[in-house]
Design a protein. Structure first.
Length: 256
């Protein structure tokens, strides 16, 4: 069966009526993988028809609130009703520093966000080099990228050998090009238009250059700040990339 990808949030920290903050759902190998958990993610999951209890893995690219802001609410909701409806462990995958970040969250929320040990697993990944893990139904590779010390991009390979790459927030860096090599689909941040670049983020032409160098087959641009709405970001990307370009919209779905 083909893997299915749904853009749950294509926006940023800036409030928008049409773009939620960052989140993506990948349904593959009988698993529901959630990438980032910005505000509004749980509502978007309901719109897709996926229960929070069905999320098997949560991959965090980094800890900025537009990527992790609904984590506490997500964990709190998993505790309802009592005993929890969840039958299988939730695996949270994130860069080194997550456990410390989670401990700080617990100083605010306490046991409200603590799941039973048999329903909660954390995997902290190396933030200095590539890290690989094999899971039931897919494999995951992470690579440090240029944004925050804990920032990671992810590469998921499904049972059909198809590849999704999720950039998280990043600037141009060798790790991003390496992890995107020959990807079938790369969902890549493109926060600001050409000419308005901000450190730690990409523009459409820079995202296109990375995808072109990596041999990506389809590039999905996402994480749009409002300035992108007033620019021809698709053509800016096409100036550097010869493959298929898609501009992400919330609730957009495609298959690998």
């Amino acid at each position: 069966m083909e893997s299915q990808i749904t853009i749950l949030g294509s926006g940023t920290c800036v409030p928008s009526l049409v773009r939620n903050p960052c989140s993506l759902l990948m349904q593959t190998g009988g698993k529901n993988l959630l990438f980032d958990c910005g505000p509004g993610t749980m509502r978007r999951l309901l719109e897709v028809g996926v229960s929070i209890f069905e999320i098997s893995h949560l991959f965090l690219s980094h800890f900025h609130p537009d990527h992790s802001g609904e984590l506490a609410s997500f964990l709190f909701a998993l505790k309802y009703p009592s005993p929890p409806s969840r039958q299988q462990p939730l695996t949270i995958v994130a860069g080194q520093g997550f456990l410390s970040f989670f401990e700080r969250l617990k100083t605010v929320y306490g046991d409200w966000i603590v799941l039973p040990d048999d329903l909660f697993t954390v995997i902290e990944l190396d933030t200095q080099k590539a890290d690989n893990h094999a899971f039931s139904g897919f494999t995951a590779t992470s690579m440090p990228v240029s944004h925050r010390p804990e920032s990671l991009a992810y590469r998921i390979v499904d049972t059909n050998g198809k590849t999704l790459v999720y950039s998280g927030d990043t600037d141009v860096c060798a790790g991003l090009t390496a992890i995107a090599a020959d990807a079938d689909v790369m969902v890549c941040e493109s926060a600001f238009p050409d000419g308005q670049k901000v450190d730690g983020h990409l523009t459409p032409s820079l995202a296109g250059s990375v995808a072109e160098a990596a041999g990506v087959k389809q590039l999905v641009l996402t994480h749009f700040y409002p300035a992108c709405d007033n620019a021809d970001i698709e053509n800016q990307c096409r100036s550097a990339y010869s493959g298929l370009v898609v501009l992400a919209r919330d609730m957009m779905t495609f298959t690998l």
